[in-house]
Design a protein around this ligand. Sequence first.
Ligand code: SAM
Ligand code: F3S
Length: 456
Amino acid sequence: MSMTYTIETWGCQMNHHDSERLAGAFERAGFRAVDDPRQAGIVVLNTCSVREKPVQKLLSRIGELSNLANGPRIGVCGCVAQQEGEELLARAKAIAFVLGPGQIHRLPEALDAIARDRRVVLTGFDAAAEHNAGAIFRTSSTRGMITVIEGCNEHCTFCVVPYTRGPEISRPLKDVVQEASGLAAAGLKEIELLGQTINAYRCPVSGAGFAELLEEIATIEGPSRIRFITSHPRLFDDRLIDVLARHPKVSRYLHLPFQSGSDRILARMRRRYTRAEYLDLVRRIRRAVPDINLSADVIVGFPGESEEDFAETLSLLEEVRFGQVFAFAYSPRPRTPAARYGDQLPGEIKKRRLAALFERTDAIATELNQRLVGSVLPVLIDGESRRSASDWQGRSEDNRVVNFPKAGDFGVGEIVNVRIVRAGAHSLYGRCVEAVPARLPLAETVPAGRPADDAP
Ligand code: SAM
Ligand code: F3S
């Protein structure tokens, strides 16, 4: 078997970061990364089981890979690995190992088993497991992801994450700060802190909460931007709002899933906040940071969702006016309470509601983006635009996608000032005005995104 590997990643940021950790373990073991599975000795499928039909998708991909002439060994990681465990070995002979998201540090054992022609299943969670930040193989030279807290204790009735990623385990604050300092020293411009419920963070050593951790990271010299996902509205306190408002490096972008605008559905989802509480939180955040760019997750077609409930979701969207909305049709997940509710809705209704919702959210996002036409935004260049090789693609400080023609000798990882000339629902287009010195406080160069008087 050739000492080469490739990883195919499905799903969220956490999975993408897990792939960086897997890659780190492969590199340490002397393997070399390749892009094409036809050249790989081992192909890892890092799976997601939050929505859709993950097992079918996995088996069909395994079928394709098994037909490749080089006959790569196949490893299954991620949420499907944890959820299905042993059963996967029986369902697909081609699988060499199954490694749950809580077992990434044990990849060397799986590689050892391959060398001995044995198949292994490593699943479960271990609070004492080594996070091994030093072995992360980072793919971006502009932004670095750091896991702050693993797992989730919330048990929303629709969600499989607490089963596939286990209970919450916070990393010691000093380890996270050390990792962030390492990224700063390596010259990365943006740090993204990750956790399914990041504001549930509590340092196991000092008891410090997420606001304290964020504040410490925001004072590290070097990176210009700090972002974090995902916050649970129920746990968002004034101390955190204060850090958002006071630290110019903390991005004026916040992902704050609300899931439904109806109190009846929120209660059935076990989100443990009401519509009024969510709106009040948004009001307090916007009072402190008037031009913050808010995004959210929302589910349509949850069991028992009536037309009235759905209308409340639409009205919440009108009230808050998010810059971006990630909306999903409800999909029953194994082991979750909502999958057993008797009043499941037909696919047709879910589809219709999702389309109606996207029509409104796209219109709102377009309006918000068009207000930025004419303004100059500092943009961190991520790479070439996917649409045109003559354009760069980057992100504004408040996390909007900005494309602009390549000009001058700027490159990936640099922050440049871009004057916005056009705007759509999902991106802005502009012209480069000048490079921004990396240490300039970004807030000073950014015009107010939205007038405070139309905040809810
Ligand atoms: N930790 C996040 C939070 O605090 O809400 C969410 C994590 S989940 C991986 C990402 C999103 O997927 C959720 O916010 C939800 O909108 C969506 N999701 C989760 N389970 C779902 C299901 N069974 N059907 C449809 N969408 C779902
Ligand atoms: Fe899932 Fe709810 Fe946790 S959506 S990740 S159980 S906060």
